[in-house]
Design a binder for this molecule. Structure first.
Ligand code: ATP
Ligand code: MG
Length: 158
């Protein structure tokens, strides 16, 4: 459905904020402007839930999770940045594969099946978006995805 993304995103973050581990802080860098997208809210909520849960789960020492939304010409770029364990450069693409989990994730006994990002990728692509990651081992990770923006609704004079 047609959705104002910033309001929707605030609601998602609010839900996490109510139940966040003490050592984690959330920071929002979201534009004030209204930005409309055409999304399946259930699916996009699964995408964001997984990305945000990962950011929390893979930040065992805590730190800040920053939410950023940037408007490019015809699309939104959403970024979720953490200061967690990070991902080695040669594993960056693999994290979107089914059942892939880094050794670090497995040895830390953090639960998971390795499906979250594979599903996220499938859903983002079904919305004609792209998803990718930047990371530095031991420093943190940022997950980015894009969504096409809807044009402003034009009122037709009658
Ligand atoms: P699931 O989401 O199915 O419960 P999962 O979190 O292990 O399990 P994905 O969400 O698909 O699986 O992530 C795949 C792997 O990518 C993780 O196991 C972890 O190794 C790595 N990863 C994902 N997000 C992060 C992050 N924010 N920081 C560090 N590593 C990450
Ligand atoms: Mg996950």
């Amino acid at each position: 459905e047609r959705t104002e993304f910033i309001t929707y995103f605030h609601h998602i973050i609010d839900r996490f904020e109510m139940n966040i581990p003490e050592h984690i802080t959330l920071e929002r860098e979201l534009p004030k402007e209204r930005l409309y997208v055409l999304i399946d809210q259930d699916k996009l909520t699964q995408v964001l839930d997984n990305i945000i849960s990962n950011a929390i789960k893979y930040s065992p020492e805590g730190g800040k999770i920053t939410f950023n939304v940037m408007k490019q010409k015809y699309q939104l770029v959403v970024a979720v940045e953490d200061q967690g364990i990070g991902i080695a450069y040669d594993k960056l693409d693999k994290i979107f594969d089914r059942f892939f989990r880094t050794d670090k994730a497995r040895t830390r006994k953090l639960g998971g099946t390795g499906l979250g990002l594979a599903i996220s990728k499938e859903f983002v692509e079904a919305h004609h978006g792209k998803i990718w990651a930047k990371s530095k081992e031991g420093k943190g990770t940022t997950i980015f995805f894009t969504l096409p923006l809807l044009g402003k609704k034009r009122r037709v004079k009658s």
